[in-house]
Write a new protein. Structure first.
Length: 228
């Protein structure tokens, strides 16, 4: 037992001596200097990223404040739907929707996909033409970054459609929830809510449709009037 104890200590002393020989004070100082320089560069990079994020937040906060209180009246061929917006949750989506609505982008588009107890989907510029086969495939040239948030997908919620690739961003298509679906939560950007006209949403969701969930008779978005 005693020999084993001293044997272990002898090995430890050898390792310590080897380390001292291999790593002189000058080399250790040089390593520490390199580590300090690396940490300095990393800190500067993080500070730069933080500064950019803070500037972006200021811009988004400014946008959200200017959008507060704006509402919209969606006039469809089956009635009117009034909505309010959540600029504090999705300022870019609210701004883009409002801008498109004011420009007439959505006028003449249809709710091309309707599913009872789920949602009604519209906003595709392709639905303005006479080719129903391309409906659901169109959108703007520039896409939006997603603004996923904590608002649940319950009846009346106004949310943004997207393709399966989350990195592709969001386009112009949107949907209004007819039922509730927790599977969409924090996967699609909610940016508003119906305040009046759920009876119209119900009529659209339950209208006769083909096997591809397209209404047999076009449900037009005649206009979207933005109000404050």
């Amino acid at each position: 037992m005693t020999n084993l104890f001293f044997g272990k200590n002898a090995l430890l002393l050898f390792l310590i001596s080897f380390f001292i020989i291999q790593c002189t004070p000058a080399e250790e100082i040089e390593k520490l200097e390199k580590s300090r320089e690396a940490l300095k560069i990393e800190n500067e990079s993080l500070q730069s990223s933080l500064d950019i994020l803070q500037k972006d937040k200021v811009k988004l906060d400014f946008l959200a404040q200017r959008l507060q209180g704006i509402t919209a009246e969606i006039t469809t061929s089956m009635g009117k739907i009034n909505v309010e917006f959540y600029p504090d949750k999705a300022p870019l989506h609210v701004f883009t929707f409002v801008s498109r609505a004011e420009s007439g982008f959505y006028d003449g588009t249809t709710f091309h996909r309707v599913i009872e107890n789920f949602m009604i989907q519209g906003g595709d510029p392709n639905s303005k033409d006479n080719d129903p086969t391309n409906d659901g495939q169109g959108g703007p040239i520039a896409m939006l970054p997603h603004e996923f948030n904590d608002i649940k997908h319950v009846p009346g919620v106004l949310s943004t459609a997207r393709v399966s690739d989350v990195n592709a961003g969001a386009g112009s298509q949107f949907f209004i929830m007819h039922g509730a679906n927790t599977g969409l939560d924090n996967q699609y950007t909610v940016f508003g809510m119906v305040t009046e006209g759920m009876d119209v949403v119900n009529k659209i969701a339950t209208t006769a449709k083909n096997p591809q969930d397209r209404p047999l008779k076009d449900v037009l978005i005649k206009s979207i009037k933005v109000k404050r």
